[in-house]
Design a protein around this ligand. Structure first.
Ligand code: OOG
Ligand code: NI
Length: 462
């Protein structure tokens, strides 16, 4: 890691993602095992595939591969969400996209906080998938009110963290010393608490309503529930997990295995059952009582090219078609059939960078080749002609966001199959943005801008 100006949001984000990873490795040792496995698989792939190594190196993406990760948290109130937005802003992370998970039986809606411009992304793309609990989807009104009271009484940010957020907002940033304090204070919000914030009987009632509600309401804060390193070969990691004593979820979410990866493929290991102490109610004489809670897990992802709206529509249609043929069973009993159906149904999606580009399905970053730099394009030159003559090359723009169907699969595999529940699909982006205190950014606009700027830079070269 190169140290840059400690006051830059990029540098604070890097410090924070390292601190978070260190904390989670200690809290969840299986995550450490997973990180080691991913490092082995990435190293083996790069050794066996010099062309891919070279492509990643020249696109400037190699150094960031092992650094990369995302995490996820689940919040309880609008106040928590809007303060979280301000906290992430200190690290140059903004809310991108809106995800409605109610359709998949999970009573939350979500966004992803992440850096948005090309330079910040290549510095460190750390992202946090952030969900807000939707108590409005809980039928039992009495229970809903109890949950609201518990949430209203907790404060998930340390006073020091809140003061530093305000300072950063007022001064337009933090100096090196404050940046270090900010990272330490902010980390507290994401820490695991082995003492529940509610008595066991309330925990049980929340759990019966939905395991996710118990996870959000029963604790002092929104513990980070997983971290996800990026792998270059997710099929290999999925295959090797059992050898390391880790039980993977039934199937890899997202598109099938391809030569040219698109969007995002993800898999995880099931959440661990961890000991938790619950308060006795006063009527039981107070004191603590031990129980368990299952929420925290590990995940890996393989990222491919960001698709245009046209490419995304094709992806969504093909995914739906293949799930109509074979719906993946949670116990993994039809995993092979599911993967085969996926592979077959996705055949019409072009599997070469050139094909994807020609059909306008994906976003690319354009740059001058060595020949192009020696002999810069004349004013008004045509991009296609420059590509044909070898003056300009194109590389896929990496997809930096998430996929709702995949996220639902990750949630479900970690909530346990008994937690399966139906809610009416009820996306409410307006409500989410009101609670967030800002509009979420449109991911397509961000990718289109990266592509546009890369073309402009090629054509303006002198
Ligand atoms: C978030 C699950 C979604 C992803 O990578 O799609 C997710 C959660 O379990 O809180 O992390
Ligand atoms: Ni995730």
């Amino acid at each position: 890691i190169t140290r840059v100006d400690a006051t830059s949001p990029d540098a604070i984000r890097t410090l924070f993602s390292i601190a978070m990873s260190e904390m989670y490795r200690t809290e969840v040792p299986a995550y450490q095992t997973l990180v080691e496995l991913v490092e082995e698989v990435n190293a083996a792939l790069l050794a066996a595939d010099p062309a891919e190594r070279h492509r990643l190196e020249s696109a400037g993406g190699l150094a960031r591969i092992t650094e990369e990760r995302h995490g996820a948290i689940r919040l309880g109130t609008a106040d928590e969400l809007s303060t979280m937005r301000r906290l992430f802003a200190v690290m140059g992370m903004q809310p991108v996209g809106y995800y409605d998970l109610s359709e998949a039986g999970v009573p939350v809606h979500s966004t992803a906080f992440r850096p948005v411009d090309g330079e910040a992304l290549s510095h460190n793309p750390f992202r946090v998938f952030t969900s807000l609990l939707r108590l409005d989807l809980i039928a039992d009104e009495g229970l809903r009110r109890e949950a609201e009271q518990v949430l209203a009484a907790r404060s998930i940010f340390t006073p020091g963290c809140l003061a530093l957020i305000e300072k950063a907002e007022a001064d337009g940033g933090l100096d090196e010393e404050d940046a270090g304090r900010f990272v330490a204070e902010a980390l507290e919000t994401f820490r695991w608490h082995s003492r529940a914030n509610v008595p066991l009987d309330l925990y049980n009632r929340l759990h019966d309503a939905h395991r996710l509600i118990a996870d959000v309401v029963s604790f002092k804060g929104p513990h980070i529930n997983h971290l996800t390193p990026r792998t270059l070969d997710i099929d290999a990691v999925q295959r090797l997990m059992p050898e390391k004593g880790i039980a993977p979820k039934a199937v890899v979410e997202g598109p099938p295995t391809r030569r040219c990866p698109i969007l995002l493929r993800q898999t995880s290991f099931k959440a661990l059952s961890e000991p938790v102490d619950f308060q006795h109610g006063d009527s039981d004489g107070g004191g603590w009582r031990s129980g368990v809670h299952t929420a925290r897990f590990g995940e890996i992802e393989q990222r491919g090219i960001a698709l245009t709206p046209k490419g995304r529509a094709l992806y969504d249609t093909l995914l739906q078609d293949s799930r109509r043929l074979v719906a993946p069973a949670a116990d993994g009993s039809n995993a092979a059939q599911y993967m085969a159906a996926l592979q077959e149904v996705f055949a019409p999606f072009p599997d070469s960078w050139d094909g994807i580009r020609r059909e306008g399905l994906g976003y690319f970053s354009y740059s001058l080749t060595e020949a192009g730099r020696r002999n810069p394009p004349a004013p008004g030159a045509d991009l296609e002609t420059l590509i044909e003559s070898g003056a300009v090359r194109f590389d896929p723009v990496v997809y930096e966001d998430f996929l709702p169907v995949s996220a639902a699969g990750i949630f479900q595999s970690n909530l346990g199959d008994e937690a399966q529940q139906d809610f009416a699909a009820s996306p409410n982006q307006q409500r989410f943005e009101a609670d967030l205190g800002a509009a979420v950014l449109n991911p397509f606009d961000l990718y289109a801008e990266i592509e546009r700027a890369s073309i402009a830079a090629c054509l303006a070269a002198k």
